[in-house]
Design a protein around this ligand. Sequence first.
Ligand SMILES: Cc1ncc(COP(=O)(O)O)c(C=O)c1O
Length: 351
Amino acid sequence: MAPISFARGVPAPECLAVDDLAESARAALERDGHTILSYGPSPGYLPLREWIAARHGVDVSRVFITNGSLQGFVFLAQRLAAGKRVLVERPTYDRPLKILHELGADVVGLDCDEDGLDPDALEAALRGGEPPAFLYLIPTFQNPSGRTLSEERRRRIIELAREHDLLVFEDDPYGLVRYEGEALPSLLELSDGTAIYSSSFSKTIAPGLRVGWFVFPEALAREIEATATSTYITPVLLGQATVHEFVSRGLFEPNLERVVGLLRARRDAMLAALDRELPNVRTTRPEGGYFLWLESDDADAAELLPRAEAAGVTFVKGTDFGGEPETLRLAFSFVSPDEITEGVARLASVL
Ligand SMILES: Cc1ncc(COP(=O)(O)O)c(C=O)c1O
């Protein structure tokens, strides 16, 4: 019995536009090879920075491209968070948690519900204790929960940030991977550009390209440039120029639409299978992204995991993200709709 993975938050292989990317890489090398094969500026390939800056309506000097957005998170955390108090959602993406803990940060998890981070929990945290280095949040199709922060809460959080001089860091790799519903204003927009924003081409084109970006306040962009230069001298310009060629050929939007169609079918298959097989467990019903969050009062995810693996299905337990013991994260992005149906049946047999 081949194991079925609901643990891997990676795109299904058919999401990756291999032929178009091969042509884009070749064209980029032929046109600009002497630039992109040499050392270059650490904030990234200028034509792509300009394209990103135009999409956000910000000055290009604030756009910083890194080898995947997680690399930018590391730079930022090294600069701002070592030994400091940092506020995060509970649960939240496990890798930043690990990076922050390794830097000796005092990580404070704030309560969330169906509408995302609870602003009252944020306010309480801001009223007591050290002023935090920043608030890290994933407001749209959150990893791990799939939840989206409501517009009302977005506005309230930005108000609180103004009142308390709090730096807000919005991580948004999934926002464009939307299956239904209307996009909400970003925290970057609502804060008049004072929030830090990060996103990535990992979910919209391909993660192996390692092209993520940040919109920083001007002064911070200069500081991060110093960190980036002393870390890798130059970023991977070939990946960035390939992305630039891909978007210049008008392939970004049609590719995104294709990817969204492939992943929507997977989200739908998972929700339908859960409704059928596990009608009594609570799950989030994400309008986009890669994940949903399952809560079952009578399950301990740590105890369940080895039994699920023996039955041929895997997931990540909620405690890895700072969540409660009876929660777990299911990724629907990687496996096929048929495998999802079978995987949920296997999960139901052990739950
Ligand atoms: C919330 C979140 N932020 C950042 C990343 C990292 O993405 P990248 O491939 O751009 O480093 C991921 C990847 O899964 C993610 O889920």
